[in-house]
Design a protein around this ligand. Structure first.
Ligand SMILES: C[S@@+](CC[C@H](N)C(=O)[O-])C[C@H]1O[C@@H](n2cnc3c(N)ncnc32)[C@H](O)[C@@H]1O
Length: 365
């Protein structure tokens, strides 16, 4: 959908995700490596739809139910056009900056009226946190970082996490420096089912988690701290320190900037549901489905899954994550796809966005 079509739609809701918390490296490795393909992506904050341009597709159809999330992508598009790469990193919060107000003003000149209105209202937050730090999700992380983390870890320990080490040394660091009794206590209190319920999460959401939620989180932290190298993890860096370290998400890396910029006109942005896209009669070769299936009942999931298959070319890949709720090809469609188990296993080990419990790659026969 063109930005002019977005105008006149219902007023903007709020931004939940001001940056993408799904690892673009594993996403791109999982999608078909087929120049000229038609790809479909859930928008969220837009970073991964932009990364998908690196696969040299004919187009990337980007869908999202939320106009505010689409406005995150619109801001990025205008920023790629108006800013140098170092300026982009400053505006979005990967790097500290004293000049975000001016950078934002320059970018907003190239935006449609609604995107401009939304981001103008957020200007004070952008100045403080960067445009990638203003969503509800990033705000939770900020509360955790500012008020809870200092109660359990010193600044020195938090710095030391990002020193590159061999895997055995990472294990020792986790056991002796990070997993202190204070940390374990925080984990158990913060992630108790009681607290999650109080914070507005439906407790049923965690029914599928093996053991306690705190145990699940501890397993995922081990993945981030030992299986992966924290020194190479921009997501962990943002959560614990705000901003990125030397490592950046794929979309934000210098070497990808010009290629993405030169392919921006291949984005086809549509405010609306994935369900709406799959009934247009268009076919695609690859889908980045984020973790949207978790938010549907099992029956609705099966229905939407069938519609996605009907909108797929042979060989198309469905790529998605699960955080808490298990979602994989529904029984009715098991003979229509093949699960790329070896690719999943390889990429799961590399997934730097460590909080997901599963990563799925299903290929249409
Ligand atoms: C499911 S959320 C998950 C966010 C994600 N974990 C991240 O790191 O950004 C991603 C986006 O999906 C959108 N969404 C959810 N269900 C959708 C649907 N059925 N069709 C289109 N967009 C959907 C939401 O509006 C949200 O912006």
């Amino acid at each position: 959908m063109q930005s002019s079509e977005i105008a006149g739609k219902a007023r903007f809701d709020h931004i939940r995700y001001a940056q993408l918390w799904e690892d673009a490296d594993v996403l791109c490795a999982a999608l078909p490596q087929q120049p000229g393909a038609t790809l479909v992506s859930i928008c969220s904050a837009g970073d991964n739809a932009l990364t998908m341009l690196l696969l040299d597709p004919a187009r990337v159809v980007v869908v999202d139910l939320s106009a505010a999330q689409i406005a995150c992508l619109q801001l990025r598009i205008a920023a790629f056009r108006a800013l140098t790469h170092p300026e982009f990193l400053e505006l979005f919060g990967a790097r500290p900056s004293q000049r975000r107000a001016g950078l934002l003003d320059r970018v907003l000149v190239g935006c449609d009226a609604e995107t401009r209105a939304l981001w103008t209202a957020l200007k004070p937050d952008v100045i403080k946190h960067g445009a990638g730090g203003v969503g509800k999700f990033e705000r939770y992380f900020r509360v955790f970082r500012r008020f809870l983390l200092p109660l359990v870890h010193s600044r020195k320990t938090l710095e030391d996490i990002f020193v590159s080490r061999t895997k055995p040394k990472r294990e020792v660091f986790l056991n002796t420096r990070f997993n202190s009794w204070r940390w374990k206590l925080l984990l158990n209190v913060f992630f108790s089912r009681f607290m999650m319920g109080r914070m507005g999460r439906d407790k049923a959401f965690f029914d599928h988690v093996e053991g306690s939620v705190a145990q699940h989180v501890a397993r995922r932290i081990r993945h981030a701290a030992v299986t992966c190298d924290p020194a190479e993890n921009p997501y962990l860096h943002w959560i614990l320190k705000g901003g990125h370290g030397t490592a950046l998400p794929m979309t934000w890396r210098a070497e990808n900037y010009e290629t993405i910029r030169s392919r921006l006109d291949r984005l086809d942005i549509r405010l609306g549901s994935l369900e709406a896209f799959v009934t247009t009669g268009e076919k695609a070769d690859g889908f980045n489905l984020s973790d949207i299936f978790e938010y549907m009942s099992a029956d609705m999931f099966a229905q939407v899954y069938g519609a996605v298959l009907a909108a797929s070319n042979p060989g198309a890949r469905l790529v998605y994550w699960n955080m808490m709720v298990p979602r994989r090809v529904p029984a009715a469609y098991r003979d229509k796809v093949v699960t790329r188990t070896a690719d999943e296993a390889r990429l799961k080990l590399l997934d730097k966005a460590f909080f997901y419990s599963d990563f799925v790659i299903e290929e249409v026969l």
